[in-house]
Design a protein around this ligand. Structure first.
Ligand SMILES: NC(=O)c1ccc[n+]([C@@H]2O[C@H](COP(=O)([O-])OP(=O)(O)OC[C@H]3O[C@@H](n4cnc5c(N)ncnc54)[C@H](O)[C@@H]3O)[C@@H](O)[C@H]2O)c1
Length: 252
């Protein structure tokens, strides 16, 4: 049985992970960490990691970057692997995660669904074939409660495509402040917010008289929750280092 401490357990994703872990006979949530607790969860909920007394094998986090330092301090002290699923980490926090991965295994992905990871592979193939003759633009859509923009997933897609581009591209988020033509060496990234959209990501390769679009739609939060629970089982027993969906898929 994989025993999980769940960061952000009271949130939308925390509740979806709770349901997925309950359905999975190999996983159990031993406690949660969340500043909000309405008393409806079956396991103990603590306000921070210093209050945790339960024995666990792994931490899964869907809270907020503000919990990161507390989480990593506890994980390093207890030598616990972590699955970090929150988005919106600053550059300093990304460095903090990398530093911690020297002593504990850390699985980090801005998107835990299989489909998005496949989209990135397909987009990399397209970018290699088209080279610099096609313009790359990414459009993401999410519900009106999402705080960060662009989404961590949009950045993941952009980073994945950048890796195979001939020249390192510049990310352009906001064209209204410039009056100039689009340069070849850029990736435009656009965020749409509205209603209850769970998550849509589209990458377009626009060339002369033809456009290729690759699109992924998440219809429920369950896809991310199942991916996170699987990642929790995957990361247990691994050597310190950084891991992502690619590593998990390669092992399957
Ligand atoms: N990696 C993925 O596949 C994926 C998928 C969906 C959402 N996300 C990310 O997961 C995060 C949570 O998403 P959500 O929709 O569940 O949000 P949410 O606002 O519904 O839930 C966040 C929870 O974290 C708690 N929280 C926030 N700051 C905290 C802190 N400092 N200490 C303790 N608890 C704290 C809040 O009380 C809340 O219950 C976001 O960053 C979101 O972008 C990632």
């Amino acid at each position: 049985m994989v025993k999980i401490i769940l960061g952000g357990c009271s949130g939308k994703m925390g509740r979806a992970v709770t349901a997925s872990a309950e359905e999975n006979p190999k996983t159990e949530i031993v406690c949660g960490v969340d500043i909000f607790n309405n008393g409806s969860l079956k396991y103990p909920v603590h306000e921070n990691f210093s209050q945790v007394t339960e024995e666990a094998d792994v931490i899964v986090d869907f809270s907020n970057p503000s919990l990161l330092t507390d989480l990593l301090t506890y994980a390093k002290e207890k030598s616990l692997p972590c699955v970090l699923c929150a988005t919106g980490y600053s550059e300093e926090q990304k460095a903090e995660i990398l530093e911690a991965s020297k002593v504990i295994p850390i699985f980090s992905s801005g998107n835990m669904s299989l489909g998005i990871n496949l989209l990135i592979e397909l987009a990399q193939k397209a970018a290699k074939v088209f080279g610099s003759s096609f313009d790359v633009e990414i459009i993401e859509k999410h519900h009106n409660q999402k705080i960060d923009a662009p989404s961590g997933t949009a950045l993941m897609i952009a980073d994945g495509v950048s890796k195979v581009m001939e020249q390192e591209p510049q990310y352009v988020y906001d064209r209204h402040s410039y009056r100039r033509k689009r340069s070849k060496n850029e990736i435009g990234i656009h965020a749409v917010r509205g209603g209850t959209i769970v998550g849509e990501h589209e990458i377009i390769f626009a060339g002369h008289d033809e456009v290729l679009t690759i699109k992924h739609e998440a219809h429920s939060k369950e896809v991310f929750a199942v991916g996170a629970v699987n990642a929790a089982a995957f990361i247990c027993g691994k050597e310190p280092g950084m891991y992502d969906m690619g590593d998990m898929l390669a092992e399957e």
